[in-house]
Write a protein that binds this ligand. Structure first.
Ligand code: 5GP
Length: 190
């Protein structure tokens, strides 16, 4: 998505540890018009796939998923990050390792909100090592539902998570894929 690549170059800052900061439109302030453009693009990618629900994880994935849900007229379910180790039997749950924060956490979704006949698109803001998406895919599997595909706004392709999932046969279509980045330049996958 060319307009997203241009926005990342204009407004993004590359921090230490391969972290891209895009607080001006995605991670702190939300550029709502631009989010709707991303939502339109996600709707275009999955038109004809009979998707029934969008699934994301709190917090930054929610804005992207809501934009797509508004265009696609679909409900958005978000997994909650669980701080306690008490997991009740009425939720689906998965453990996720965050390299960015160097810690593990559980994500949970109440069983009420995903059914075996759901066809789900998983959405997040960033794709790096793929652990957040793997956790969400596990939750869809626990529900017996189907993953139609995964779309993140920004994939850091050089961290390999997206390609590892693609190698497993999972459809991963990110809106912008960064192949290389430094404080001076950002290169996108063609
Ligand atoms: P993964 O599980 O794919 O390693 O990381 C994805 C999660 O980490 C995303 O949900 C996002 O919140 C966070 N994340 C990873 N890399 C970045 C980054 O460069 N910038 C920001 N803002 N968040 C990131």
């Amino acid at each position: 998505m060319l307009s997203l690549e241009q926005k990342i170059v204009r407004e993004g800052t590359v921090l230490e540890g391969d972290v891209l900061k895009v607080g001006s439109f995605l991670n702190q302030q939300l550029d709502v018009d631009f989010l709707m453009e991303m939502g339109n693009e996600i709707a275009r990618i999955y038109s004809g796939d009979n998707v029934t629900k969008l699934l994301t994880v709190e917090s930054s994935g929610i804005a992207v998923a809501v934009a797509a849900g508004a265009i696609m007229h679909l409900p958005v379910v978000f997994a909650k990050k669980n701080k306690s180790s008490n997991i009740s039997s009425d939720v689906y749950s998965a453990n996720v390792h965050s390299y960015t924060h160097n810690k593990d956490y559980d994500i949970v979704v109440a069983k009420d909100y995903i059914n075996a006949d759901d066809k789900i698109v998983i959405i997040d803001d960033f794709l790096a090592n793929g652990k957040a998406l793997e956790g969400l895919i596990e939750i869809v599997g626990q529900a017996g539902a189907t993953v139609i595909g995964c779309t993140c706004a920004i994939e850091k392709g050089f961290q390999g998570g997206g390609d590892r999932l693609r190698a497993q046969g999972i459809r991963v279509e990110s809106l912008a894929v960064i192949d290389k980045m430094s404080p001076d330049s950002i290169e996108f996958r063609k």
